[in-house]
Design a binder for this molecule. Structure first.
Ligand SMILES: CSCCC(=O)/C(O)=C/O
Ligand SMILES: [Fe+2]
Length: 177
């Protein structure tokens, strides 16, 4: 996993959008905004004790697999557009990249975009209430396990969603971190 602050250019969302010079973001900076990640061995995801341990400890009882590729995902173009709308969820977003690569963008405390480049073996969690978005990169391919505590709720609330309790809770967690 690599993370950096994004430029403001309106070029193709699938480009890296690094600043010049690059402005990297550390694991500690990400933890301060509630973003966590692990590196696992995705070749053994079907029988991986390390993944099993994380799932048991965190109660990630639900999982499914989504393949995001023009030939594999019905209505690919619209879905990619929808994933790139800035939004939040009422629950954590937990994704384990099994193959390919892509980007998650998250807002920092000052509302600047941080780009998270994820690839095979990266498991990331975004906290409930954080504004974020997702895009494929120039490979147009990523295969991800979606994990959830209990029954999944996929509903996304596009920004502005500042009146939601979960958003207020998230924003106040930033003040105390
Ligand atoms: C890699 S899973 C597709 C993206 C998604 O589910 C989501 O909510 C992005 O924010
Ligand atoms: Fe999301």
């Amino acid at each position: 996993m690599e993370a950096w602050y994004m430029d403001e250019s309106s070029e193709d969302q699938r480009f890296p959008h690094r600043l010049s010079p690059n402005q990297p973001v550390t694991r500690e900076q990400l933890q301060h905004i509630g973003v966590y990640y692990w590196k696992l061995n995705a070749d053994i995801y079907e029988n991986d004790p390390e993944l099993q341990k994380i799932r048991e400890e965190r109660g990630y009882s639900f999982m499914d697999i989504i393949t995001i590729h023009p030939d594999k995902l019905p209505d690919y173009g619209n879905k990619v557009k929808m994933f790139y709308e800035e939004h939040l969820h009422l629950d954590d977003e937990i994704r384990y990249i099994l193959d390919g690569s892509s980007y998650f963008d998250v807002r920092d405390k000052d509302d600047r975009w941080i780009r998270l480049a994820v690839s095979k073996g990266d498991l990331i969690t975004l906290p409930a209430g954080i504004y974020h978005r997702f895009t494929v990169d120039e490979t147009n391919y990523t295969k991800a396990m979606r994990l959830f505590v209990g029954e999944p709720v996929w509903k996304a609330y596009n920004r502005p969603a500042d009146d939601f309790d979960i958003r207020k809770t998230y924003v106040s967690s930033l003040r105390s971190s």
